[in-house]
Design a protein around this ligand. Structure first.
Ligand code: RBF
Length: 345
């Protein structure tokens, strides 16, 4: 009997040592919060990714037990699922944090093989999967107010505004949030300034080719476009170059880019992605994330806004345009201007 107990203890001890010895390096530990920030592209030049990484790093800087690994998956979207699978296969990460509308489906597939793995994705909407939680920015709304500003500018007598009521949009690629929220919101907003405004919409085909974006911008300027918006990651630098060289205006989503081309970038939106990333990690650490759910965040929740307190904004636009735009922003905030965002699917 006694020998039996000793034998059982010996086996238990051996199993413990074996288990500890076999733990993958960096395997999830009880006292450690390990986060993989999975970047679907490259960080540099893409506002949502830059802000996500900044938020995660700032959280880690103030939480000693939090370890962040940033992985840039590159531009080959066909490889993303396989890359993510091999990254989470070791069970190393308590959480995968990403920001991309196409990520939830990829995570759902990866998650089938790793049922303990949790994923939190911003800039996406996905419900009903107990491993995934998402946060959707109300990008119809940001495009709506940037579109209104573009409408005021294209119908103005500013030096580079021509007589045509034509605005432009350059996209890297088409996807549901772009086609159903961002582009329609931009045109709807512009038409609140003048219902006769038309939109010239072009697609680059990738998120990095700045020369192609510059070329497209040039031919759109030839066709009468004098105000642009763009969702194109690093490729959007080509648009900025063209607009500054040829004389055209740009409104910019998500980040403060006035410095890139003062006088040409006439309005910048704000995306509270850094703050959201910090809040998400705090909630995840506290076990407060509701998996399976999706939350939409916009102006009134404080996660989207417009950057009006920059001297380059004040210098870029005449007072009467800034005054009209301020009234419009206040009206949206107060619910005096209503709009209907089309369904995403
Ligand atoms: N936005 C970027 O700024 N850079 C990117 O590299 C990038 N890649 C994307 C890839 C796919 C497949 C999809 C659907 C969207 C991508 N976006 C990218 C868009 C991003 O998620 C977001 O919708 C826009 O930046 C607008 O906030």
């Amino acid at each position: 009997m006694k020998r039996g107990i000793v034998a059982v203890l010996a086996v238990l001890l051996a199993v413990r040592i074996f288990a500890a010895g076999n733990r993958a390096p960096g395997a999830a530990e009880a006292d450690r919060f390990s986060v993989l920030v999975y970047i679907t592209g490259v960080v540099a030049g893409s506002p949502p990714y830059e802000l996500l990484v900044e938020g995660a790093q700032s959280f880690a800087a103030s939480h000693a037990n939090t370890v962040i690994k940033v992985y840039e998956a590159g531009f080959n979207q066909a490889e993303w699922e396989e890359q993510l699978t091999s990254l989470v296969a070791g069970g190393e990460y308590d959480l995968v944090l990403g920001s991309n509308p196409s990520l939830p489906e990829i995570c759902a597939n990866v998650g089938k093989r790793f049922p303990g793995q949790k994923f939190i994705i911003t800039d996406a909407e996905f419900r009903g999967n107990p491993q995934i939680s998402t946060y959707l920015y109300n990008q119809y709304e940001q495009s709506f107010y940037l579109g209104y500003l573009a409408g005021l500018v294209t119908t103005s007598s500013m030096p580079h505004a021509n007589g045509e009521k034509k605005i432009g949009f350059i996209a890297a690629q088409e996807y549901p949030i772009l086609n159903r929220h961002i582009v329609p919101g931009f045109l709807d907003g512009a038409r609140r300034a003048d219902p006769a405004i038309e939109l010239d919409f072009r697609v680059i085909g990738n998120w990095f080719d700045a020369n192609k974006a510059a070329e497209l911008a040039g031919s759109m300027i030839d066709a009468g476009v004098d105000v642009f918006a763009s969702i194109a990651g690093g490729a959007a630098q080509g648009l900025v170059r063209s607009a500054a060289q040829r004389g055209a205006y740009v409104v910019w989503h998500n980040t403060n880019e006035y410095k890139q081309a003062p006088g040409f970038i006439v309005g910048c939106g704000f995306m509270g992605q850094k703050k959201l990333a910090e809040e998400i990690l705090a909630d995840a650490l506290a076990g407060k994330i509701i998996y399976g759910s999706s939350r939409t965040v916009g102006l009134k929740e404080g996660y989207l806004d417009f950057i009006a307190d920059d001297p380059d904004y004040t210098a870029a636009l005449p007072q009467d345009i800034r005054d009209k735009f301020e009234v419009f922003m206040n009206d949206i905030r107060a619910g005096r201007i209503s709009y209907t965002a089309p369904p995403l699917r």
